[in-house]
Ligand binder design. Sequence first.
Ligand code: B16
Ligand code: MG
Length: 220
Amino acid sequence: MIKACIFDLDGVIVDTAKYHFIAWRQLANQLGFDFTKEYNEKLKGISRMDSLNLVLSWGGVQKSEEEKIALATEKNEVYRSYILQMDKREILPGVLPFLEDLRARGIKMAIGSASKNAPTIITQLDLAEYFPVIIDGSKVSRSKPDPEVFLKAASELEVKPKESIVFEDAEAGIEAAISGGFYPVGVGDPKILGEASVVIAGFEGLKLEELSERLLAAVK
Ligand code: B16
Ligand code: MG
C-alpha cells in the first residue's frame, strides 16, 4: 500500500532547466565556447559541481578548485536571479490537483532534489504547505544515482521505500529510486526513462489508484 510520494523537483514539479540553460550558456560564452540545449539535457539531475566539471570538459577548459568554486557561485547567482522571479504559474500542468488529491487521501509528501535551491523554488511556487520534508543537495553527501536523497526523505516521513513512489525525470534519479527499493515513476520520455516501472508524460488527469495498479502490475 502506498503511504508516501517523493517528488524530484526540477523537471517534475517545475521546468527550471530553461533557467539552468541560460546561466550555463552565459558562463560558457564568457569562457569562450558555446553551450547547446543538447548539453543542457545531459545536466538534468546532476549536482552543480558535477555539472560545472562537465561544462568545463566540453569547452576543453581547465580551472583550479578555487576558480571552480567561483565559477559555480557565479552561475548560481545568474540562475537565482531567474528563479526569484518565478511564481505558482510555473508549476507544471496537473501537479497541483494531484498534490491536492494526495493530501486529501492522507498520503505523505516530500521533495528529493539534487538542487541546493530547492527550498527557494518551493517557496516561490507557494508549495511549502504540501512538502513538510525537503531533502535537497545540501542535505546529502552522495548524488543520484545514489539513493541517499530518497532514503532520507522516506526516513523523515517515517515510511518505508516499498510504501513510497518516487517521481523522477532524470535517468540517474530513476536508478536511485530503483536501488533504494522505491516504486519508480518516470516523468517524461520513455526512451530515456525505460528503467522505471511506469513512465507518465505528466500529471494531467493522473489518479493515484490507477497509478498504483499500474505499478503493482509492473512488479508482478
Ligand atoms: P543547483 P533535480 C537538479 O535538480 C537539476 O536537474 C540539475 O540540472 C541541477 O544541476 C541540480 O539540480 C543542482 O541544482 O545548482 O540549484 O543546486 O532535478 O534533482 O530537482
Ligand atoms: Mg529532475
